[in-house]
Write a protein that binds this ligand. Sequence first.
Ligand code: NAI
Ligand code: DQA
Length: 314
Amino acid sequence: MMLQALAGPQPLQPRTPDVHHRFVVGLLGSGIAGSLTPGLHEAEADRLGVAYTYRIIDLDALGGQPGRSAELVRSAAELGYDGLNVTHPSKQLVQDGLDELSPDARILGAVNTITFHGGRAVGHNTDHTGFIGGFRAGLHSAPINSVVQVGAGGAGAAVAYALLNAGAGHLVIADIEADRAESLAARLAPHFPNSEVVAARTDAIAGTIRTADGLVNTTPIGMTGHPGTPVDPHLLHPGLWVADVIYRPLETALVTAAREKGCAVLDGGRMVVGQAAAAFELFTGIPADPDHMLAAFHRAVSASHSDQKDGSRR
Ligand SMILES: NC(=O)C1=CN([C@@H]2O[C@H](COP(=O)(O)OP(=O)(O)OC[C@H]3O[C@@H](n4cnc5c(N)ncnc54)[C@H](O)[C@@H]3O)[C@@H](O)[C@H]2O)C=CC1
Ligand SMILES: O=C1C[C@@](O)(C(=O)O)C[C@@H](O)[C@@H]1O
């Protein structure tokens, strides 16, 4: 399918609210059974008095074929869904099922939100707005003249785009798969001529971290099942802010090490809330309140900790 780009910079283009409509949306991806995003959307809809159902479309339960992603997008449109969120491994693959791409989703090469308004499937990316909104709320006016980012996958593309869009002067991207860092830097650099975007080997960033304003982790290292830190904690210093996009758990080993060093720290909670709030508005046309959603997120995290404790006692 030939994709059209939406004209101009991507505003969040909400639909006209319709109070009588029951919204049906879903999350397409793999390993999403425990995602907190459905609950975040439904809690915000309840608060706003909006009829809203958020379903999981789990590729694992459907035979684990990522290649079906675009077909599932078209099926959701036919079945009357209002929209979809999309996650790993489908953020690139869904693009074959779309009619249009927002300019930012096209540049960063990943779609995490699809709207089906007016018979057209349009791909957006709210991960980057979620990250930068959370960054500004959580780290306030932290400087971004020089930033080191580890990880150049789906989340990495969104974070790098967000930082450059916000005016990062010098962004170093490192990935254990060097070609990923190189292709992300090459993809983004032409769109930000006033910034320097470079790929570096993971074993060659120590010196840059020592003088950088900030460090972002967009690798899975530190999430449940992937223990450890993506960089040596000895490289952290009090003049560095540290952001981790991982939110399962919120307190990663990197976040803990950074706190101990006296760094300003941002965990992955605000990004996941920010992407959800922006997607909710795209789906419904009704603004979501990120502060209420953040409170709902923390309630859900606490509840899941209690469930785990109860489960371990049984
Ligand atoms: N807070 C939020 O809203 C979001 C958080 N995430 C989290 O971000 C993490 C990454 O997710 P995705 O980008 O979708 O995964 P991905 O698989 O697309 O990308 C991960 C990248 O990290 C690289 N990598 C792995 N180990 C590394 C290491 N030791 N050093 C350097 N690079 C390494 C991989 O080669 C890959 O390029 C996950 O933990 C996910 O849960 C993802 C999306 C949104
Ligand atoms: O990648 C992510 C995380 C997510 O999949 C979740 O499960 O919370 C929700 C997606 O919208 C987002 O882009």
